[in-house]
Structures are given as structure tokens and as C-alpha cells.
Write a protein that binds this ligand. Structure first.
Ligand code: DGY
Length: 323
């Protein structure tokens, strides 16, 4: 069987697949266009794609042999899962292995913004540091503050648990009660509005769905405290970027740390000009260990799907009903 892979992934995954399958790798180190994905997919049984590849119905129906779509990411909002399910094609993702790594990035951003690390680095390199100053580069304390976590699935929970050393008061907004956070941190489940009003640091960990699109917009930013630091390592469109630019420019909040963007890979030009935002190139899961594990999981999912078995991380197991 043949597999099309839309970008080179770590060897750990490629080696597993190469043993029994013929692989075609998209030859360039960039995001392929829709036409290039359709071309690459010709005659293939499997598609291994990335979160940056919008896999729509046109692509899914373009190759009648297609039997399996393995996404190299935990988020799968880039795939029209409904269209795949209609064609009885299983779709899988790579949960679990990137939980701690992504939570660590959210913390890295939180500290970068709170303590103005990137700004301070630029300032020092530019030769502007000419002596210690009582009012130089003042930021926000983190310890003993209120931490608001929006979405407490795997990553949100891991992120919140890491606050323990900073003795924080943890609030969370989620549909479900999170017993781990309640028991280990004495966290409090609150309505989103209460979380926004009371938190000093807010970190977003929800998937992108119709319900979470622009979850944080002008109204939400306006009720946050002036010292609030907002972190988004989930998906860009969860935050209304235009409203965020306004909030940062007009100092409604202290700052933001972003790993994801509303129109990825485009980054709002105004964001690039602001000092009170730290920008990352969607690299929250980017460690050697994690990207390597993600490749193994994506390969294992692919193999199961091509064998007609339920992939370990199947998003649409209903395709196996009555099979
Ligand atoms: C994912 O896997 O969905 C993450 O966004 C990667 O950083």
C-alpha cells in the first residue's frame, strides 16, 4: 500500500512506515497547496498530514483508494472529519505525548510576558542597558496570584498542575468538574465571566469548534484586569485577533503570549510591532522527544487504519460500525 506524507516528519515514524509501505513525501519544506495535496494523494491508500494542511471534502473524495487519514497533531480542526466519516475513512490524531510539552510552552510564555524576558533580551542586546534601575523592566509577580485556566482537558490540567510551586489560586472554566484539579490544587470551577474578571493569568486550552470560535473577543478582553497576562497555545481563532491587538495597544491588559494565530501562518502585522506580546511559531509541541513520539503514534495509527483495524487514536470510530 502507498502513503502520501505532506511534510517530512521525524525518522522514528518514517522508519516504521517504510518497513511495509511505499511512501511518497512532499518534497518541499513548506505547506503544500490544496492542488499539491490532491496530486500527491493520487493512487495512495493513506494520507499522513499536518495541522497546517486543510483537508477538506474535495481532497478526501479526490482519491477513491484513500482508506486512512492520520493527522500529525492532537488538534484536528484542519480536517473535515464529517466528510471522511461519510466516506468511511478513519481519522486519527496524536494525543497524550504532547501534553506536558505544550503545558511547558504555556508556562514559558507566561513567564516571558510577566517578566518581559524577550523585551529585556532585545533591550540588553541593543546596548540600552547602562545601569541597574529601580523602575527598569518592571513586570508582574506570578507567585500567589490567581491563575485562570480555560479548558481543562489533558493539556489544561497539566498546565494547571504545574502552578503548584507558585502557590496560586486556581480557577477553571470547563463544562466538566475536574476532580484532579479540585483535589490537588483546591481549584474552583467558575463561569467564564468570573474567571476573566478575577484572574491575573489566563491560559486557553480548548479545541477549536463552532462553540469556541472567538471565545475571547472584545467584550471578554474588556472585563479582564489591567495586569492580566493572556496565553494562547490552543488554536488562533479561539481569540479574536483584531480585538486582542486593540486590547494590547490600549493596555486593557498587561500582555499576551501567543503560539497560534487566527489566520495561521499569517501573523497580524500590528502584533509584530507590539512589545507586550510574545510570539511563537506554533511550536508548543516542538521538542525532539515529543515530535519523535508524535511521529511514532501517527505511523501506528496509519498502519492500523490501513489494515482495517480501529486506529488507537481514532477520532471517528463510528466508521467501523457495521463494517
Ligand atoms: C497540536 O498537536 O494540535 C498542537 O497544536 C501542536 O503544537
Amino acid at each position: 500500500m502507498k502513503i502520501f506524507i505532506t511534510r517530512k516528519i521525524p525518522e522514528t515514524g518514517l522508519n516504521i512506515l517504510k518497513k511495509d509501505y511505499e511512501i511518497e513525501l512532499f518534497p518541499h519544506d513548506r505547506i503544500p497547496t490544496k492542488e499539491e495535496i490532491i496530486k500527491g494523494l493520487k493512487g495512495k491508500d493513506g494520507l499522513l498530514c499536518l495541522l497546517s494542511d486543510p483537508i477538506d471534502e474535495d481532497i478526501i473524495i479526490s482519491e477513491p483508494k484513500l482508506k486512512m487519514i492520520s493527522n500529525y497533531a492532537v488538534g484536528y480542526d484542519n480536517i473535515d472529519v464529517k466528510a471522511a466519516t461519510k466516506r468511511k475513512i478513519p481519522v486519527s490524531n496524536t494525543p497524550g505525548v504532547l501534553t506536558e510539552t505544550t503545558a511547558e510552552m504555556a508556562w514559558a510564555q507566561l513567564f516571558s510576558v510577566a517578566r518581559r524576558i524577550v523585551e529585556g533580551d532585545k533591550y540588553t542586546r541593543a546596548g540600552k542597558y547602562i545601569g541597574w534601575g529601580p523602575l527598569l523592566m518592571l513586570g508582574q509577580d506570578v507567585s500567589n496570584k490567581t491563575l485562570g485556566v480555560i479548558g481543562t482537558g489533558r493539556i489544561g490540567t497539566a498546565f494547571a498542575l504545574k502552578s503548584k510551586g507558585f502557590n496560586m489560586n486556581v480557577l477553571y472554566a470547563d463544562e466538566q468538574v475536574n476532580k484532579i484539579l479540585d483535589n490537588k490544587l483546591n481549584a474552583k470551577k467558575v463561569e467564564l465571566v468570573e474567571l476573566l474578571k478575577k484572574s491575573d493569568f489566563i491560559s486557553i486550552h480548548v479545541p477549536l469548534t463552532d462553540d469556541t470560535y472567538h471565545l475571547i473577543s472584545e467584550g471578554e478582553l474588556k472585563i479582564m484586569k489591567k495586569n492580566t497576562v493572556l496565553i494562547n497555545t490552543s488554536r488562533g481563532p479561539v481569540v479574536d485577533e483584531k480585538a486582542l491587538v486593540k486590547a494590547l495597544k490600549e493596555k486593557w491588559i498587561f500582555g499576551a503570549g501567543l503560539d497560534v494565530y487566527e489566520h495561521e501562518p499569517k501573523v497580524h502585522e500590528e502584533l509584530k510591532k507590539l512589545e507586550n506580546v510574545v510570539l511563537q511559531p506554533h511550536s508548543a509541541s516542538a521538542t525532539f522527544e515529543t515530535r519523535s513520539k508524535m511521529a511514532i503514534i501517527a505511523a501506528e495509527n496509519m498502519i492500523a487504519g490501513l489494515k482495517g483495524e480501529i486506529p488507537p487514536n481514532c477520532i471517528n470510530p463510528e466508521v467501523f460500525e457495521n463494517k
